[in-house]
Each structure stands twice: as structure tokens, then as C-alpha cells.
Design a protein around this ligand. Structure first.
Ligand code: NAD
Ligand code: DAU
Length: 350
């Protein structure tokens, strides 16, 4: 088949990447989607089992820090575009082991940029789309919003590595005129998120009647966005974003951590038929995260006005869908918490 685009999606076996791939594989049969993923603890091909035999989808085990491997994929598929999501993504892990974050998030991005420059020469019909985070802007007080012109002020090894990669991407645009676009998104939630992140961790612990660790006093604020809405924003920016531009993506849905955790307790208790208040009793205020950013809040007016994108899923609906998914997919939860999901790769791909 003659595909009109051959898009390398890095990190496609992860949380956001798998939702993006499903959307694009189904919506664009004329594109070939190449999922290049190293399958770290966060990458799980089970997330994509429903599309793995689609004629326009292919998986390639790929470590983006390995220039030779990246070169092979570019030669094999003549990639026309890259949507770059592969990263070490969990802040707590970056505090324990910063170097892994510098390697994957900075060097890995550099390797991809170099390959694109080499393969695409000066042809502007290509696109390197870098998926980044609102954490590059630092921490807000009680008021204000991050806009695209907010100065960078990353404060964790994770956010510093993402900020660094954003700068590299812009440097390739200004120095080499590589066609790029960047988006910086707020906290995503939904199915298939690894249960180290706040929402799935809490649902899993509530399910197993374990303590619910809330960092500090629980007043930190995050702006939550349904993962499918992030995928639709990426689709919109990929097709209509202006070269060299940055777009902030957010859910207009700020919540204090403690309020979010209490809401999850209520939702899960209700679904499991437990007495109201049962799980709330297991909330424990624990030692704060080092350098814990107080508040993130996104001003997404640019993507709304310029590209006509808006979140489609209301938070109440999204949180309920998320809880339902985890309660219905306890096998998935057990697999990823025990490491058994690596078996899926061995069985289906080797
Ligand atoms: P994730 O941790 O769920 O998935 C990351 C994926 O990258 C995994 O499949 C993993 O196997 C892969 N990967 C890691 N190192 C690799 C390497 N060296 N080579 C190839 N693949 C590798 O992450 P996520 O939450 O889906 O985030 C995806 C991207 O979106 C990241 O760049 C992250 O910074 C960004 N982002 C995430 C959020 C969020 O709320 N989760 C918000 C904004 C931006
Ligand atoms: O803002 C976008 C970012 O959101 C992404 O770039 C990151 O990849 C993603 O992991 C996420 O980062 P956070 O640090 O905000 O997400 P996390 O789920 O780890 O934590 C959310 C909030 O909950 C944060 O204030 C810390 C707190 N927390 C987290 C955990 C895991 C707790 O109170 N207890 C916990 O056990």
C-alpha cells in the first residue's frame, strides 16, 4: 500500500502514545503509523492489542538513545514525520534516578532531531512534533496561568530534562530550519496509565484496601485532562499547527490533590458497594515530594482560538470512565504491577 505519510510515533506503547496511536490508526488509513518503543516498565503492547493487526500499524522495538537503531527505522520506513512521546515520565523516579531522565529525554530527543535533519535535508513537508509538559514552566501560586510565553523554570530532574529537550527542538528549528512544532500539556488521566501516577495508584490502593499516600498537606493543584482529549489535541496540532510554534494544552479542570483523592474514594466505594467513607479513612498524609511544585494551570486559549480545539470529555464523566476502566481491568493492573505484561511482548512479537 502507498501510504501518504509514514509517521514514527515514539513511546507509542505508553499511556498517551497508545491512545494517540489508536486514534490515528483508525482515523487515517492512508497513513502508516510506526510505533517505535523501547518497552521500558512503562511501555505495554497489551495497550494496543485491538489495533495490532491493522494494515497501517507496525511495532518496532526501538531505543531512541541508540542512533544506529533510529537510522535503521528511518531507512526501513522512509519516515516522513515524527510524533515524539518517548520519555521517562514519572517525577518521583526522576528524583531517585535523574540520569535515566537526562539520557532518554535529552539525548534521545537529540538523536531523533539529528536523524530527521539528516534524512529530510531542507524539505519542509516533514514534521518533528515534540510532545512536552506544562511542568517546564515551574510552579504557580494561588493565581495565574501558564501561557506559551511564560518563562521556563523547571524544578525537578524530569521537568528540567523536558525543558532541555524543548530547547533542543527549538534550536534545531532556528539553526537548521527543521520543521517542528511543540505542545506543552497538563496532567492526563484515563485508561492504561501506569499505576505509579496519582489517579491509578489511588484507585489500585482503594481497590486493595491499602493506605492512600497523599504528599504534604494535599493542597497541591493539578489541571486534569482526559487522555483522549490530549490525543485529539495532538492530532489537531500535527495537522494544523504552525511550524515553529508552541501550543499549551489543558483541561480547565484544576483540583487539589486531596479533593481528587476523596472524590476517587467516594466513586470507588459506591461502585464496589462499600459504605460511604470507608476508603477515605485510609488516606495518609506522608512526607512531601522533594521540590514539590505547588500548582499547575494552563491557559489553553491559543489552541482553542487558533486551531479550534477544545476538550470534549467533562471531568465528572472522565473520572467515572477512568474508575470503571480500572475496576473492569484488574488483570491489566495485576499484570503491570507484577511485571507480567512483558510476557505479552514475548508471546506476540518474538
Ligand atoms: P509513559 O511513561 O506512559 O510512556 C512512555 C513510553 O516511552 C513508554 O512506552 C516507554 O517504553 C517509552 N520509552 C521510554 N524510554 C524509551 C527509549 N529510550 N526509547 C524508546 N521508547 C522509550 O508516558 P506518558 O505519560 O504516556 O507520556 C508520554 C509523553 O507525554 C512524555 O514525553 C511526557 O513527558 C509527555 N506528557 C505526559 C503527560 C502526562 O500527564 N502523562 C502530560 C504532558 C506531557
Ligand atoms: O503536568 C504534566 C505532568 O503530569 C507530566 O508531564 C508527567 O509526566 C506526569 O507524571 C504528571 O506529573 P505529576 O507529578 O503532576 O503527576 P503525579 O501523578 O506523579 O502526581 C500528581 C500529584 O499528586 C502531584 O502533586 C504529586 C501528588 N501525589 C502523587 C503520588 C504518586 C501524591 O500526593 N501521592 C502520590 O502517591
Amino acid at each position: 500500500m502507498n501510504f501518504t505519510k509514514r509517521i514514527l510515533v515514539t513511546g507509542g506503547a505508553g499511556f498517551i502514545g497508545s491512545h494517540l496511536l489508536r486514534l490515528m490508526v483508525e482515523k487515517y488509513p492512508q497513513y502508516q503509523l510506526i510505533n517505535g518503543d523501547a518497552l521500558t516498565y512503562a511501555g505495554n503492547l497489551e495497550n494496543l492489542s485491538d489495533i495490532e493487526s491493522a494494515p497501517n500499524y507496525v511495532f518496532e522495538k526501538l531505543d531512541i538513545t541508540n542512533a544506529a537503531q533510529v537510522g535503521v527505522i528511518f531507512s526501513k520506513y522512509a519516515c516522513t514525520d515524527v510524533i515524539h512521546l518517548a520519555a521517562e515520565s514519572h517525577v518521583d523516579r526522576s528524583i531517585e534516578n535523574p540520569l535515566a531522565f537526562l539520557t532518554t529525554n535529552i539525548i534521545g530527543t537529540g538523536v531523533l532531531l539529528n536523524q530527521c535533519r539528516q534524512s529530510w535535508n531542507d524539505d519542509k513537508s516533514h514534521l518533528f512534533y515534540h510532545v512536552s509538559t506544562d511542568e517546564v514552566y515551574g510552579s504557580l501560586g494561588e493565581t495565574g496561568y501558564f501561557t506559551e510565553s511564560t518563562s521556563y523554570d523547571p524544578r525537578s530532574p524530569y521537568s528540567a530534562s523536558k525543558a532541555s529537550s524543548d530547547h533542543l527542538v527549538r534550536a534545531y528549528y532556528h539553526t537548521f530550519q527543521l520543521p517542528i512544532v511543540i505542545s506543552n500539556c497538563s496532567n492526563n488521566y484515563g485508561p492504561n496509565q501506569f499505576p505509579e501516577k496519582l489517579i491509578p495508584l489511588m484507585i489500585n490502593n482503594i481497590l486493595h484496601e491499602k493506605a492512600l499516600p497523599v504528599y504534604g498537606d494535599g493542597t497541591n493543584v493539578r489541571d486534569w485532562l482526559w487522555v483522549g482529549d490530549h490525543a485529539s489535541a495532538i492530532d489537531t496540532i500535527f495537522h494544523n499547527g504552525e511550524l515553529g510554534e508552541t501550543y499549551n494544552v489543558g483541561g480547565d479542570n484544576e483540583m487539589k490533590n486531596i479533593d481528587l483523592v476523596k472524590m476517587l474514594c467516594k466513586l470507588v466505594d459506591k461502585k464496589l458497594g462499600r459504605a460511604e467513607g470507608t476508603s477515605e479513612k485510609t488516606i495518609r498524609f506522608v512526607e512531601d515530594r522533594k521540590g514539590h511544585d505547588h500548582r499547575y494551570a494552563i491557559d489553553a486559549s491559543k489552541i482553542k482560538h487558533d486551531l479550534n480545539w477544545t476538550p470534549a470529555v467533562f471531568p465528572i464523566e472522565g473520572f467515572e470512565k477512568t474508575v470503571d476502566w480500572y475496576l473492569e481491568n484488574t488483570k491489566w493492573l495485576n499484570n503491570v504491577t507484577s511485571g507480567d505484561y512483558q510476557e505479552y511482548y514475548k508471546k506476540h512479537y518474538t
